[in-house]
Design a protein around this ligand. Structure first.
Ligand code: UDP
Length: 238
């Protein structure tokens, strides 16, 4: 097997990635598939951290749109990410992958508190670290949390899993001539308002030169392919 291109990665999954064919919640079969993909990457010797969103359960903006206080709604969203993190931890451990969940909001009975140095140590020992509860602050997203944690643990790349295999010139479902960008600059993404991640997350990556790869998680083997350096998804960099 080819040597991996990266030694330490942070993989960001949206909460929706756990829904499978359902409309909300967690599909255990999908969870097992993700655990399998992550397990293969870990077996290649790649130190792997994960951040998972909460959109399959609750999003702060939706709560606020229905009249809730935005901060309260965002805290609910952060708790949703903890539920997903525990689900993912369970699936990974079943697959034989050693894991730790670290939460930005303390809940000692179910997760370690987020401690950067301890997270790095877990990674060095080959454990997957799942960062739960986003940044711990309302008004942020888990994409921003993922960029922040990736920088803190000095990941070489942030892998952003989506349902399309990268960023396209147009919507490939509507426009057959749409083509995939192999690379893009952070500025391209920001100026053209390309729907890669929210602007806060993209700016954070840009200011700190953290490369980002947008790729399709629904294609089996894609995470391994990308980590091996194959042409998968769109790379966003300088
Ligand atoms: N959230 C937050 N601060 C953070 C991360 C997340 O307030 O640092 C809340 C926010 O309400 C968000 C929800 O948690 O809507 C779920 O996260 P996100 O929408 O990023 O999940 P995804 O779209 O990736 O499933």
């Amino acid at each position: 097997m080819a040597d991996p291109r990266f030694n330490r990665i942070l993989l960001k999954l949206s909460g929706e990635a756990l829904m499978g064919p359902g409309k909300y919640g967690i599909d255990t079969q999908t969870l097992d598939q993700i655990a399998e993909e992550v397990g293969e990457v870990v077996e290649m010797g790649v130190e792997t951290a994960l951040v998972i969103g909460g959109g399959n359960i609750f999003r702060g903006v939706s709560g606020a749109a229905e009249g809730m206080d935005r901060s309260s709604a965002d805290y609910m969203g952060m708790l949703a990410t903890v539920i997903n993190s525990l689900a993912l931890q369970d699936a990974l451990e079943k697959r034989g992958v050693s894991t730790r969940v670290q939460s930005a909001i303390e809940m000692r009975q179910i997760a370690e508190p987020y401690i950067r140095r301890r997270a790095s140590r877990h990674l060095e020992k080959g454990r997957v670290v799942i960062f739960a509860a986003g940044t711990g602050n309302p008004f942020f997203t888990t994409d921003t949390a993922a960029a922040l944690r990736a920088m803190e643990i000095k990941a070489e790349v942030m892998l952003k899993a989506t349902k399309v295999d990268g960023v396209y010139t147009a919507d490939p479902k509507k426009d057959p001539s749409a083509r995939r960008y192999k690379t893009l600059s952070y500025m391209d993404v920001l100026q053209n308002e390309l729907k890669v991640m929210d602007a806060t997350a993209v700016s954070l990556c840009m200011d700190n030169n953290l490369p980002l790869v947008v790729f399709d998680l629904t294609v089996p083997g894609n995470v391994v392919r990308m980590v091996r350096g194959e042409d998968v998804g769109t790379m966003v960099g300088k």
